[in-house]
Design a protein around this ligand. Structure first.
Ligand SMILES: Cc1cc2nc3c(=O)[nH]c(=O)nc-3n(C[C@H](O)[C@H](O)[C@H](O)COP(=O)(O)OP(=O)(O)OC[C@H]3O[C@@H](n4cnc5c(N)ncnc54)[C@H](O)[C@@H]3O)c2cc1C
Length: 454
């Protein structure tokens, strides 16, 4: 009998456990929270309004085998899901809202800066990310000085509380700073025809360049419904899910983790271990050396509001790049579920960073700013609000932090023969789509005999 142990019951752990059940007699998933889902959980307030705690909208991947696992429950219950092709996302920058795109619009820079910034961006020589020492160098070489100083620098200070020279170049992807809207719809269309500009520029409207990949959101409840389906699928396939549980020790011999000891004292033998939580916890269990790098987290809080009036912004969500405003991202649920006529008008505001304000004052300030940026009506009032802090939030992706993390993953990959590192232990992936693609590729490559024998 072979056993695979999966650590972490977020989307990566659940997907990996389902996939692993094809290759192992037993699969046990260990999740330390009372329920699975990780950043894909939802919360219902006393009035029955739903809010999500992290990601919201699910996109199919380009691999049908992955989709068949991930979206099985949705394919079987299509009546319970909204399906859409256009991802409607807005943004705001320099005190104004941009209605038809999620990236920073360059023409929202101050008048004197816009043309120079665009010229610098178009003429930038370009530097591959692996060759950049830090985000400052990467931004200057790829986007020019004005975009670096007027966009990258203040936005990363807002979102990461750090200077560009101290940040790892890859962090800009996470915050959507890889592309910029160059100006009008026509200009963007024209410039994006050139392969040298395409990767740095975004269309000026999300109706251009639409991918036909279906996207989903539940008609009732929050995104957690998806997790419920996956838990059900895993359980039907025989995966044993242990929640409120964690690994307290491992037996390690001949470069393999042979046993895993749980908090309740249970000892599970282990042929393979899939690790989807930060690598540092594996090194600690193995008692392997850790560099003395201070890990800073940017506190992340979620503010769930219900308003008495429909939102002005009719998009699914918006990236608030405006540097004088506290919110980072706002999700407008009725716009996703098509309930914007009757309400409830509920939204979640994600905030990164710490503010010297009481909870009430912070919530009031957020609403003031959303009014001033034109997301919600001046006369709208808050009917209900609740705030919650994410346990760890976003790490500060400093050069030292990212490089130490890569070192830890390399050490584990080289030193533990029967371990696969995915999800939160992935070397480079962050977004769900790529994290799951990587999980599929690694696990099928390792275990699918039909692939290895061909
Ligand atoms: C605020 C925020 C917004 C995001 N927005 C988007 C987005 O819009 N689009 C997108 O694609 N991605 C987004 N992401 C990234 C996305 O959430 C991740 O790609 C996804 O959650 C990865 O899933 P995961 O299973 O790897 O990690 P997680 O969702 O973090 O799950 C890890 C699981 O492991 C459990 N765990 C932790 N420690 C232990 C332990 N010691 N033992 C056992 N279990 C443990 C946790 O409780 C959790 O359930 C966002 C991330 C954040 C933080």
């Amino acid at each position: 009998m072979t056993r695979c142990i999966v650590i972490g019951g977020g989307i990566t752990g659940l997907f990996s456990a389902i996939l692993a059940s094809k290759y192992f007699d037993n699969v046990t998933l260990i999740e330390n929270a009372p329920k699975c889902g990780g950043l894909l959980q939802s919360w219902q307030d006393e009035s029955g309004n739903f809010f999500d705690l992290g990601t919201h909208i699910l996109s199919e991947t380009s691999n049908q085998q992955i989709n068949d696992i991930l979206f099985k429950g949705i394919y079987e219950n299509p009546q319970d899901w909204h399906q859409f092709e256009v991802m409607k996302v807005s943004s705001s920058f320099n005190s104004a809202r941009y209605d038809t795109g999620q990236f920073v619009p360059l023409h929202y820079l101050d008048e004197g800066d816009y043309e120079k910034a665009l010229l610098q961006l178009l003429n930038a020589k370009g530097l591959p990310i692996e060759q950049a020492d830090n985000l400052e160098q990467f931004a200057i070489e790829n986007y020019g000085l004005i975009v670096t100083d007027k966009i990258f620098r203040p936005i990363m200070l807002k979102l990461q509380n750090a200077e560009l020279k101290d940040l790892h170049p890859s962090v800009h992807y996470i915050f959507g700073l890889s592309r910029f809207i160059p100006g009008s719809v026509e200009l963007a269309r024209e410039l994006k025809k050139s392969p040298c500009y395409d990767a740095k520029l975004a269309f000026a409207t999300y109706y251009d360049g639409v991918s036909d990949v279906p996207k989903y959101y539940p008609k009732r409840g929050g995104v957690e419904l998806w997790i419920d389906y996956l838990v059900e699928q895993a359980t039907e396939l025989g995966v044993e899910i242990q929640t409120s549980q964690c690994v307290t020790n491992v037996a390690f011999s001949d470069s393999k983790i042979t046993d895993v000891i749980l908090g309740n004292g249970e000892q599970l033998s282990c042929d393979h271990i899939i690790w989807t939580i930060p690598p540092v916890f594996a090194l600690k269990l193995l008692d392997w050396p850790l560099a003395n790098i201070p890990v800073r987290f940017c506190p992340t809080s979620l503010h769930h509001f219900v308003l008495d009036k429909p939102f002005i912004d009719k998009n699914f969500y918006s990236n608030v790049y405006d540097i004088n405003s506290i919110p980072f991202r706002v999700t407008f649920y009725p716009n996703i579920t098509n309930d914007n006529v009757v309400g409830p008008y509920n939204c979640t505001v994600e905030v990164l960073g710490e503010f010297d304000l009481t909870e009430q004052a912070l919530n009031d300030q957020i609403i003031l700013e959303l009014k001033s940026l034109g997301y919600i009506e001046q006369g709208a009032s808050v009917v209900r609000v609740s705030s919650t802090k994410l346990a760890m939030g976003f790490p500060q992706f400093s050069n030292a932090f990212v490089n130490e993390r890569i070192r830890q993953i390399d050490a584990l990959e080289a030193g533990v023969k029967n371990m696969t590192l995915l999800g939160k232990a992935s070397k480079k992936e962050f977004f769900i789509y790529s994290v799951l693609q990587e999980a599929y590729e690694q696990l099928t490559y390792k275990f699918d005999d039909s692939l290895t024998s061909s």
